[in-house]
Design a protein around this ligand. Structure first.
Ligand code: ADP
Length: 320
């Protein structure tokens, strides 16, 4: 392996820059030629590929977002389009690729590898923590802390006005953000896609809390269960409480990456280059039991994700 490229794809996540920096620096220090691809697969297709120098990697470790930029590229599902994009790598002699993104990005990487023989390593970068084969994805921890900051502020006003506040957080397929935010932020109820918790149960829990003299509630709603507005309308029909909604939205994507996400990105970025130097490909990197591990890339969507049951039950007990 002589030449490799790095791209970030899908939704941005704080800590992606740490992975880009570590991969880039590690590769340059082992005399690989390193290329950056702007805007993910869209940039690969449009030939937005440039040679990375160490100057490009300076001053980015503490910045949220991704210095390589990211974009969606739905056309990449078409094999003809992937062939054009692959040719842009081949004409430069690039035979190794590091893809930092979510499971959609890993699907694209897998196909690129199988169809065009490019060795691809996937690094999980997404705030949702919705990928199998890793306990944590890059960006999850920073996002969790952003939500905790919001909970603290929302709780002040919820307490003063004796209200039920529903905080809608990201997580289309995974309730991890809601679950961890509830555990760490002292939540009083949660709705996540992995658990069927009817609104009746939530309403009952609120009634029980009122009987115990608790006059306000912070409820975490993962977007995967539906909009907090709809949940609020349903809840109002079942329990007499003053309900308000906070949709955190894109604020969850930004911010200075936490120390944890920077270390995770750094370790994974370096590992990706080591794997390419060993001529390995079609792998994803994860962290399990505090060890950096690898799996076949398709494990990201075929493998079993962490079981949430125990954590969920804990939040239920603690919200009483
Ligand atoms: P994420 O990587 O965060 O899950 P997306 O699902 O939007 O985000 O995927 C990012 C990009 O990966 C898409 O815009 C597309 O270019 C590519 N991609 C996603 N799914 C596939 C697929 N099934 N086949 C090929 N490319 C895909």
């Amino acid at each position: 392996m002589k030449k490799i490229a790095i791209l970030t794809s899908g939704g941005d996540a704080p800590g992606m820059n740490a992975a880009v920096r570590a991969a880039g620096k590690f590769a340059l220090n082992t005399d690989l030629e390193v290329y950056g691809i702007k805007r993910g697969y869209l940039g690969m297709l449009n030939d937005e590929i440039f040679k990375i120098s160490s100057q490009d990697l300076g001053g980015i470790i503490d910045r949220g977002g991704t210095s390589l930029l990211t974009a969606r590229c739905p056309e990449f599902k078409d094999p003809k389009i992937r062939a054009i994009a692959a040719e842009n790598l081949k004409k430069r002699g690039i035979d190794g690729l590091i893809v930092i993104g979510g499971d959609g990005s890993f699907h694209g990487a897998d196909l690129l590898s199988k169809e065009h023989g490019i060795k691809v390593i996937g690094i999980p970068g997404t705030i949702d923590n919705d990928i199998a084969g890793t306990d944590y994805t890059i960006g999850f921890d920073t996002c969790l802390n952003t939500i905790l900051d919001a909970i603290q502020k929302v709780r002040d006003t919820a307490t003063s006005h004796e209200r039920t506040i529903l905080i809608e957080v990201m997580g289309r397929n995974a309730g991890d953000l809601a679950l961890y935010a509830s555990m760490a932020g002292g939540g009083d109820g949660i709705l996540i896609p992995e658990q069927d918790n009817p609104i009746e149960v939530l309403a009952y829990q609120i009634q029980q809390r009122r009987r115990r003299g608790k006059l306000h509630d912070i409820i975490l709603v993962a977007e995967g269960v539906g909009s907090a507005h709809t949940v609020a309308e349903e809840l109002k029909k079942k329990v007499h409480t003053d309900v308000r909604i906070v949709v955190l939205g894109h604020v969850q994507r930004g911010g200075t990456p936490s120390g944890f996400d920077r270390v995770l990105g750094t370790k994974m970025g370096a590992k990706a280059v080591q794997l390419l130097l060993e001529e390995k490909g079609c792998l994803m990197i994860g962290i399990e039991g505090n060890q950096i591990v690898t799996h076949p890339i398709e494990y990201a969507w075929e493998g079993q994700r962490r079981n949430h049951m125990e954590d969920y039950e804990l939040t239920q007990v603690l919200s009483k």
